[in-house]
Write a protein that binds this ligand. Sequence first.
Ligand code: ADP
Length: 284
Amino acid sequence: ANKLIEIRNLRTYFHTKNAVIRAVDGVDLDVDEGQIVCIVGESGSGKSITSLSIMQLLAKPAGRIVDGEVWFEGKDLTKLAEKEMTEIRGNRISMIFQEPMTALNPVMKVGEQITEVLLRHRSVSTAEANIKAVEMLRFVGVPRAEHIVKEYPHQLSGGMRQRVMIAMAMVCEPRLLIADEPTTALDVTIQIQVLELMKKMRDELNTSIILITHDLGVVAEMADHVVVMYAGQVVESVHADTIFDTPLHPYTQALLASIPSLDDEKDVLYSIPGTVPSAAAFPP
Ligand code: ADP
């Protein structure tokens, strides 16, 4: 398979009064086209800052607190001019969050929000953009899409808002979707639907997905490749099957040992509750 993105030596340090926190400390991460890579690790291990750092590298170089190389479709994103970055952000690479209201504008109809993204990146007419917005809402499983476009985010349920945000992120058919705990705040049935939707994006649109999760049930169900983070570093990066059969790093072994039901109950993986053990026992 072709590589879509290659991240090398990603570093993000926070300088506090007394210390330097190495939130992301030399992370390498590769994603192939049409591959779902799960980043797993306990709270504070650097998962979110990794994803935000990738997006930071797509923002203005001035004020960057991020360092590293990000090769995407053959270009080092860190070396691009601002205009080219703007072109990639939201178009070739987009991001979805745990809380959809972070991405949605509360005082704008959802249809307008989706068409706005499209009009920013594509030379299409407003009429064409409106049609595409409804199509995309249907693709992400929003019923009565032609009515939903006229509603405001607060008029929708949490699950529907999540779908609208995904439609917004997907309307330009990005090659890479970065999803940070996209289902954590959702009910289990809605969670399953959103995860199934991501598989549909991979299978039908060949979208690559970086999926950040603390839930090993989600990993077992979704991942083609798994990256385990611990204290800002990658401790294991392997094929999804390998991680469950022959985990190498002691931290990964402990992480899996904490959920013995994983092997027996492949069908109910989504219901396995929060999972990741404390890192305190595993100094880097
Ligand atoms: P995760 O997503 O794995 O839960 P994060 O990527 O959010 O973890 O955070 C990684 C580390 O960076 C944590 O130890 C956190 O305390 C630290 N961190 C995150 N944001 C800041 C900040 N603004 N200032 C200082 N430290 C931060």
